[in-house]
Design a protein around this ligand. Structure first.
Ligand SMILES: *[C@@H]1O[C@H](CO)[C@@H](O)[C@H](O)[C@H]1NC(C)=O
Ligand SMILES: *[C@@H]1O[C@H](CO)[C@@H](O)[C@H](O)[C@H]1NC(C)=O
Ligand SMILES: *[C@@H]1O[C@H](CO)[C@@H](O)[C@H](O)[C@H]1NC(C)=O
Ligand SMILES: *[C@@H]1O[C@H](CO)[C@@H](O)[C@H](O)[C@H]1NC(C)=O
Ligand SMILES: *[C@@H]1O[C@H](CO)[C@@H](O)[C@H](O)[C@H]1NC(C)=O
Ligand SMILES: *[C@@H]1O[C@H](CO)[C@@H](O)[C@H](O)[C@H]1NC(C)=O
Ligand SMILES: *[C@@H]1O[C@H](CO)[C@@H](O)[C@H](O)[C@H]1NC(C)=O
Ligand SMILES: *[C@@H]1O[C@H](CO)[C@@H](O)[C@H](O)[C@H]1NC(C)=O
Ligand SMILES: *[C@@H]1O[C@H](CO)[C@@H](O)[C@H](O)[C@H]1NC(C)=O
Ligand SMILES: *[C@@H]1O[C@H](CO)[C@@H](O)[C@H](O)[C@H]1NC(C)=O
Ligand SMILES: *[C@@H]1O[C@H](CO)[C@@H](O)[C@H](O)[C@H]1NC(C)=O
Ligand SMILES: CC(=O)N[C@H]1CO[C@H](CO)[C@@H](O)[C@@H]1O
Length: 763
């Protein structure tokens, strides 16, 4: 049986430490899934059963006293939650520690059938509540990521209190639900279990709901710090309940194929070897209606995260799970054919609707269409599922005939609309006499971001990104072309903007080919050998690395004059000369890569700071060669999209490289994915020199990835450089950038590694 009803405890090297307790009974009775992860100075506790899903976060024991202890509760239901900072009080010299008492996390059904999560917390000393936010996870993110941004409109009220019970209440801003006339609310409750001697001392505000009440937790003096954490005295029970409807989870056995359903021996082996603890983390983010992006910060629908995770894990997944993820994207397309980036639901949706001068919408979900890459990711995923994978064969008519539930129309109508939108956006470049940056696809007017490097600094303030233009537009056009060829989509149902004129009908293959062939050169950056060396030396000096990293002994060597692809273009066409990992999109999605392009991949997969590879992973950007030296600081190791390591980028690079190499080798032994090669085969398949370079690059990449294997499934991390060993170690990004962005302990697309096998070293 694949999911035995046992309790397993697994220790992975270093952080995060993983403790998994998973239970499934043979009688098919639904037992809760719970697991715990330590990551970035936080203890993350996860819980899911048929009543609720929740993540509860507490500051890890032993973290510096300068860091305020914190509780975060996050529920995917309505993306609701609570945040409380616990400040130390009194004369106690002992450090305030708060921990979740083992095995006390459970779902609860409270008054009015409201549902949520409950857990017992143990306090080592007296505390008073600091900043407290009850309501939306987005409001909590605004506070922790936005240097303390709070909105008065989110204020809670002290509903009731005494020495053993406190209830903080938040009624929705626009109190009624969009689907009924009933009040919606969230409650944060505190109580004292019968055998705990903790007590509350509460002083209500004298100033209405604006000024928070004083809430103290008083626990008896204890003998010493070491005994405190094993006593019942400081225990307080907390719960968060809401009347948001809970999402129905997709269980791990519904997510992944069973080994007997696999089409190749390697896939069968991989399915048998799936690490159940990791599968459960991925499963925590998967629901019947949608996948959510990560926890605690992104327990809601994100189109890009869903589609990228799906593309990479699809070969292992059941058609039910694949179609859940695809349907979530299709359902949320807008009437123009753009795809939804983020869905805001629940309490925060009311806030956004008010800001958009649509208060009458109440808490109707708000869909955001600001990203330009998401639009391009659906059709390649759909193509791969319906045309390449065994579990997608014969599924197309059933899927396309479905009637949407979040909007009018069939999936077929919506998908044709998405295809039309994407084709029309690709036409200006196609009909232009000569390629010009102004015909490429830029971030939407007035929006400074638009691809996965979702910060102004992430593309060096450039507005025309490499990934979208060089990888995703052509891949999307190829996908549409192939789906039309296969009779899944129909040219007659695609509406081509009539202001463009061609000789005869639009030729999708020619359209794709023009984008494939002409865009890479538009991003090409050339740096003379001497200049490159000067900039590298300057870079090493500026960011506190060591010159020895540039020497041959480190597998690093000067290659003379240098060419690479800019991470983006400024709106005037100026290159942002930052070396980057987005080449992975071409490898994973592209069909007709040139040998020049693949040479650049091999160049990039060399030791940092010449290339991207550290001994603790692949950095996603490297500004060392940029003639604009301001970017050295803009892309530093504390920047969210700077010289930091994103796990999904590593997975995409590794998976993409395996995919391209498999085109030439015809072997089904090295990849779980099934990718029919382009016909005729790429010319570079005959270039053994190049293939050897790519295989070496692949080995270096995996060595780099394995250097931080304990972090593999987390979102993002940075590095610290040790000058004595001249090597890198993993550094927590949030601690490097106080007030900056913390990493999620679980992140949907980082589980892409479940779909990869490391290359065979003996080869
Ligand atoms: C803290 O210590 C000071 C001096 O020892 C004392 O006056 C004060 O009452 C103490 N406060 C508490 C809350 O115990
Ligand atoms: C809680 O569980 C963890 C993991 O099993 C264990 O290491 C720890 O000692 C337990 N704590 C208590 C107080 O039982
Ligand atoms: C405090 O309030 C709770 C909930 O209203 C109630 O059950 C409990 O009896 C009260 N305790 C005291 C000491 O009044
Ligand atoms: C939500 O719960 C509150 C009680 O906390 C109840 O008054 C309200 O009717 C519920 N709303 C809906 C839409 O069920
Ligand atoms: C305290 O009470 C809880 C139930 O409320 C129980 O699980 C626990 O064992 C009790 N602890 C002691 C020391 O009696
Ligand atoms: C908490 O404060 C009370 C007085 O309000 C004091 O008696 C107790 O010793 C304090 N507890 C700790 C752990 O310092
Ligand atoms: C929504 O809230 C805003 C601000 O509180 C208010 O102006 C508006 O009337 C409310 N709309 C509804 C339908 O309750
Ligand atoms: C759909 O989203 C795109 C991209 O933001 C936008 O240009 C278009 O106007 C939207 N369509 C509608 C009907 O709002
Ligand atoms: C669906 O169509 C009906 C009838 O034309 C219309 O009333 C309704 O507003 C449409 N719904 C959506 C979500 O567009
Ligand atoms: C240089 O980089 C900085 C930071 O990214 C940017 O603000 C500035 O516009 C760039 N200058 C030029 C000339 O591109
Ligand atoms: C791969 O295998 C197919 C069928 O066995 C064959 O037609 C094709 O030529 C092979 N391609 C390569 C690159 O060996
Ligand atoms: C009780 C409560 O949440 N009070 C907050 C109301 O909003 C202001 C402004 O954001 C905060 O400063 C208060 O803490």
């Amino acid at each position: 049986m694949r999911f035995p009803g046992t309790t397993s405890v697994l220790f992975v090297l270093g952080v995060p430490v993983l403790l998994a307790f998973s239970q499934k009974s043979a009688s098919n009775e639904f037992l809760p899934t719970t697991f715990q992860l330590t990551s970035g100075g936080n203890e993350n506790h996860f819980y899911r059963d048929h009543v609720t899903s929740a993540q509860v976060l507490l500051t890890s024991h032993g973290v510096s006293a300068n860091v305020n202890r914190r509780l975060v509760v996050a529920l995917p239901a309505g993306n609701t939650g609570a945040l409380v900072y616990f400040l130390p009080t009194g004369n106690s010299t002992s450090l305030l520690e708060v921990e979740l008492v083992n095995q006390t996390m459970t779902s609860i059904v409270g008054e009015d059938a409201n549902q949520g999560i409950q857990a017992d917390l143990r306090f080592s000393s007296n505390t008073t509540f600091g900043v407290t936010i009850i309501g939306a996870v987005r409001a909590i993110r605004d506070y922790v990521e936005g240097s303390g941004t709070m909105h008065e409109i989110f204020n809670y009220t002290l509903q009731s209190y005494n020495t053993t019970a406190v209830r903080l209440h938040r009624q929705y801003i626009n109190a009624t639900s969009y689907s009924s006339n009933q009040y919606m609310s969230i409650d944060f409750r505190l109580s004292i279990p019968s055998n705990s001697t903790a007590r509350f001392e509460v002083k209500p505000s004298t100033n209405g709901s604006f000024t928070p009440p004083t809430i103290n937790i008083v626990v008896p003096s204890l003998l010493s710090d070491t005994t405190v954490l094993s006593q019942d005295d400081g225990i307080v029970r907390v719960s968060v309940v809401t009347n948001e409807t809970s999402l129905v989870g997709l269980d791990s056995n519904k997510l992944f194929l069973s080994p007997s359903e696999s089409s190749t021996p390697v896939l069968k082996q991989a399915l048998m070897d799936l690490p159940q603890d990791i599968v459960e983390q991925f499963s925590f983010l998967s629901f019947e209606d949608k996948f959510v992006a990560g926890g605690w910060r992104f327990l809601t629908y994100f189109g890009r995260d869903s589609l990228i995770a799906l593309r990479m894990l699809m070969p292992l997944m059941t058609s039910e799970a694949i179609e859940s993820a695809l349907a979530a994207v299709v359902e949320r397309a807008n009437s123009t054919g753009a795809l939804c980036h983020e869905e805001t639901v629940g309490y925060y949706a009311s806030f956004i609707n008010i800001q958009n001068s649509r208060p009458e919408l109440g808490n109707t979900p708000f869909y955001d269409y600001k990203m330009i890459d998401t639009d391009l990711l659906l059709l390649p995923a759909l193509e791969h599922y319906l045309l390449d994978l065994p579990q997608g064969k014969n599924q197309s008519s059933g899927f396309l005939r479905k009637q949407a539930s979040l909007q009018n129309g069939t999936y077929s109508e919506i998908i044709h609309r998405v295809a039309s939108y994407n084709i029309n956006r690709a036409l200006p470049f196609f009909v232009a006499d000569s390629p010009s940056p102004s015909n490429l696809i830029a971030f939407r007017p007035g929006v400074p971001v638009g691809n996965w490097r979702d910060s102004n600094q992430g593309t060096g303030y450039g507005t025309i990104p490499f990934d979208v233009n060089v990888a995703l537009v052509p891949a999307n056009l190829r996908a549409i072309h192939n789906l039309v060829d296969a009779g899944v989509l129909f040219m007659k149902d695609i509406s081509v903007d009539s202001s463009f004129t061609f000789d005869g009908a639009l030729d999708l293959a020619a359209l794709a080919e023009k984008w494939e062939q002409e865009t890479p050169a538009m991003f090409e950056v050339q740096v003379e050998g001497d200049t490159a060396e000067e900039r590298l030396l300057d870079f090493v000096d500026k960011v506190g690395l060591d010159e020895s990293l540039l020497h041959d002994g480190n597998g690093s060597s000067s290659t003379g004059n240098l060419s690479f692809y800019a991470i983006s273009l400024m709106s005037d066409g100026t290159h942002v000369e930052v070396l980057h990992s987005d080449l992975a999109f071409n490898l994973m999605y592209g069909m007709n890569l040139s040998s020049t392009f693949l040479e650049r991949v091999a160049d990039a997969l060399t030791p940092y700071p010449r290339g991207l590879l550290t001994n603790v992973g692949m950095v996603v950007a490297n500004p060392a060669y940029d003639s604009n030296r301001t970017n050295v600081a803009v892309f530093d190791r504390a920047a969210y999209h700077g010289t930091v390591i994103w796990s999904f980028q590593q997975a995409m690079m590794a998976g993409g490289l395996a995919r391209q190499l498999a085109f030439c080798s015809n072997s089904t032994n090295d990849t779980l994915d099934i990718n029919p090669p382009p016909m005729p085969l790429p010319q570079w398949c005959g270039d053994w020199n190049l293939i050897e370079r790519l295989v070496s690059a692949q080995t270096r990449l995996w060595n780099s990835i394995k250097g931080a294997s304990a972090n593999l499934y987390s979102e993002v991390w940075s590095y610290a450089f040790d000058n004595s060993t001249k090597s890198f170690s993993v550094a927590d990004l949030a601690s490097l950038s106080p007030g900056g962005t913390e990493s999620d302990a679980i992140q949907l697309w980082s589980y892409a590694f479940l779909g990869l096998i490391a290359p065979n070293p003996s080869k």
